[in-house]
Write a protein that binds this ligand. Structure first.
Ligand code: MG
Length: 261
């Protein structure tokens, strides 16, 4: 079995899930919610171009962000690398899908940055697991933009608003279930210009350690998402610009930025 990609999408009606082929061109619809139910092919096949892809998961419980998990990014922000993973929480109301606009609340912030990241999606409820067991609870991987209002991040003393505002957590374009999370490249483009070019082998704390560490603080539930941190090259993004984040083994997450009315 090769790559198995799972997308959530709509053709105008209620969202459904489907399996995406290796070329990223066709989607075979499935019935059921893959996080909680056995899924079955319905026999309906359509093309990716004909549907609207949605965030592949809307976490019922939480998105956990990890800060300063690449030494070069910690350094560019003037921070040391923490001994243990640094966690923050993002509400599920921040999640949007591929192509959806990130809305900059201009009354609250004037300094918004992109952060391209590999996102891990949890498939099984777990608590207090060892790193060696982490693989068993992973459903798959997608791409995240951990959009961050730097002025609020500095001023608020914690990061709830800076990283958790509505639309600040684009996820997608789909879930890749079969990849090595420590062997993917992460390339971010702002209006086509490469601004981040990192590799997940440079994570300070690898995915297995992150999951274990998070599970000691929180019960992890199916559909929970862990953002694994961003490599160097973060920078500002303003209304009218587009940010594309490409992870070779998954695809590209692309979002336009707009100002709030
Ligand atoms: Mg981040």
């Amino acid at each position: 079995m090769g790559f198995v990609r799972i997308a959530r999408y709509t053709e105008g009606d209620d969202p459904v899930y489907g399996l995406v082929d290796a070329d990223g061109k066709k989607i075979a619809e499935v019935s059921g919610d893959p996080f909680y139910q056995r899924i079955e092919l319905t026999g309906k096949v359509t093309t990716v171009d004909e549907v609207r892809l949605l965030a592949p998961v809307i976490p019922r419980s939480k998105v956990i962000g990890i800060g300063r998990n690449y030494a070069d990014h910690a350094a560019e922000m003037g921070n040391d690398v923490p001994d243990e993973p640094m966690m923050f929480l993002i509400p599920n109301t921040a999640v949007v899908g591929p192509g959806d606009p990130v809305v900059i609340p201009t009354k609250l912030t004037s300094e918004v940055h992109y952060e391209g990241e590999l996102a891990v999606i949890i498939g099984r409820m777990c608590k207090d697991i060892e790193p060696e067991e982490a693989k068993k609870v992973i459903f798959g991987y997608t791409i995240a933009n951990d959009v961050s209002a730097r002025d609020l991040q500095r001023g608020d003393g914690q990061w709830a608003r800076a990283k958790g505002m509505d639309t600040f957590c684009p996820l997608g374009p789909w879930i890749e279930t079969d990849l090595d999370p420590q062997d993917v490249s992460i390339v971010t483009r702002r209006d086509g210009e490469v601004v981040q070019d990192g590799h997940s082998s440079d994570m300070v704390h690898g995915v297995a350690h992150l999951i274990s560490h998070c599970s000691r603080a929180f019960t992890l539930l199916p559909g929970d998402v862990i953002l694994t941190g961003t490599p160097a090259g973060v920078g500002p993004v303003v209304a009218g610009q587009r940010v594309d984040i490409e992870i070779d083994a998954i695809g590209t997450l692309s979002n336009p930025f707009v100002n709030a009315e």
